[in-house]
Design a protein around this ligand. Structure first.
Ligand code: PMP
Length: 401
């Protein structure tokens, strides 16, 4: 267990001091290593939540620990008024992965998307007669700021906060005709997750992503791919759009980019590379510590062949899910790609499964009552999968019994 940690009633203290915007699972995690985390009682869990797709290298990977430790002794923060070695190094690595895009760093996924929306609006202003509207997808998720809430295609996130910023509309995912019908003179950009995350793990079809690229070329629109959840190798390629043989104009990232240190990124190709000094900015975005962690994360993904591992382990995990779906009536329709997976859960039991799996030592995540999401670290081994599958099997038996 963690040394020097006082014994206190953390749940009660949170109730008193913290604003309750999150529905917490009833454990307090204090340590992590690899695919495992430990709570205040010293109980361990296999982590198939991974900070919601953040801990791509697992917990406390030595490469990240070392990079951060070294960086904090050299330079913790520097103003963006000055050049920043780690920022440039990380941007260089992302250029290598994206076919030459240039980066801008922020602190979160929502903030990366805000930057993308602004850049698309600048494009519209300069090159499409002042067009400003963003078309995004139903069931999408793009963040919790007002503009990204307006872009998010789920009513539950939008209802309370009206009026939201103008210039956003959502159309059904994987429906190119709907995108075409929604496009007007006001449209500046199309914003899409190639694999929808919060919406339930839904990969786009080949026709849809290729059709979007063609439509954007034909109509002079900007194609933005939100890779916040599906990027950083989670689907077996560095970016999930690489499964579709297309290149977007703008790409947003966050979550796994620095393996758990807060960071976001907005990448752009030459067509939309329009930001100039004064257009956009941030105090902490691209901070040396975050970027050092990012450099270590990208390097480790490549050195440890984690893209290949995500593909292989994703397929292996899926065979386990298929077996479990065949064995238990309450789950079906395993889906996803790489280590971004879900199953459909009947009778509104997803939350119950998560609670019972937690007691059995496996962290899972429910999306609504009908979807179980699994987004483990990319360092997963076959032995980890066997263990997680056994726990899930036992959990399903308990819930069905
Ligand atoms: N886009 C997608 C696809 C996401 O999954 C998320 C977070 N779940 C975000 C954007 C927002 O990221 P953040 O929470 O870092 O603002």
């Amino acid at each position: 267990t963690t040394t020097g940690l006082e014994k206190r009633d953390w749940a009660a203290l949170e109730q008193k001091y913290y604003q309750g915007t999150f529905k917490r699972q009833p454990i307090t995690l204090v340590r992590g290593e690899g695919v495992r985390v430990w709570d205040t009682d010293g109980k361990s869990y296999i982590d198939f939540v991974a900070g919601i797709a953040v801990n791509v290298l697992g917990h406390c990977h030595p490469a990240i620990v070392q990079a951060v430790q070294e960086q904090v002794t050299q330079l913790i923060h520097v103003s963006n008024l000055f050049y920043n070695v780690r920022q440039i190094e990380l941007a260089e690595q992302l250029a290598e992965q994206s076919g030459g895009m240039r980066s801008f760093f922020s602190n979160s996924g929502a903030e990366a998307n805000e930057g993308a929306i602004k850049l698309a609006r600048k494009y519209g202003r300069l090159h499409r007669n002042g067009a400003y509207e963003i078309i995004s997808m139903k069931r999408s998720f793009h963040g919790r700021t007002l503009a990204t809430t307006a872009a998010t295609g789920q009513d539950s996130y939008q209802a309370t906060w009206q009026p939201l910023p103008d210039g956003f509309q959502q159309v059904p995912f994987n429906d190119l005709d709907a995108v075409k019908a929604a496009t007007s003179d006001k449209t500046a950009a199309i914003l899409v997750e190639a694999v929808q995350g919060e919406g339930g793990i839904w990969p786009a079809s080949q026709e849809f992503m290729q059709g979007l690229r063609q439509w954007c070329d034909e109509k002079n629109l900007v194609l933005i791919c939100d890779e916040v959840q599906a990027g950083m190798g989670r689907t077996g390629t560095f970016f999930s759009w690489q499964h579709y043989g297309i290149t977007p104009d703008i790409v947003t990232m966050a979550k796994g980019l620095a393996g758990g240190i807060p960071i976001g990124a907005m990448l752009t190709g030459p067509r939309t590379d329009l930001f100039q000094p004064g257009d956009h900015g941030t105090t902490f975005g691209g901070n040396p510590v975050a970027c050092a962690a990012g450099v270590a994360t990208v390097k480790t993904i490549m050195e440890e062949h984690l893209l290949e591992n995500a593909t292989k382990m994703g397929e292996y995990w899926n065979t386990k899910l298929e077996e479990l779906c065949a064995k238990y009536d309450i789950i079906d329709s395993p889906r996803g790609i790489g280590l971004m997976r879900a199953v459909h859960v009947k009778n509104d039991l997803a939350g119950t499964l998560v609670e019972k799996a937690l007691k059995n030592g496996l962290l899972l995540n429910a999306l609504g009552g009908d979807t179980l999401r699994m987004i483990p670290p990319l360092i997963l081994t076959p032995a980890d999968i066997d263990e997680a599958a056994q726990i899930l099997d036992r959990t399903l038996e308990e819930v069905t019994r």
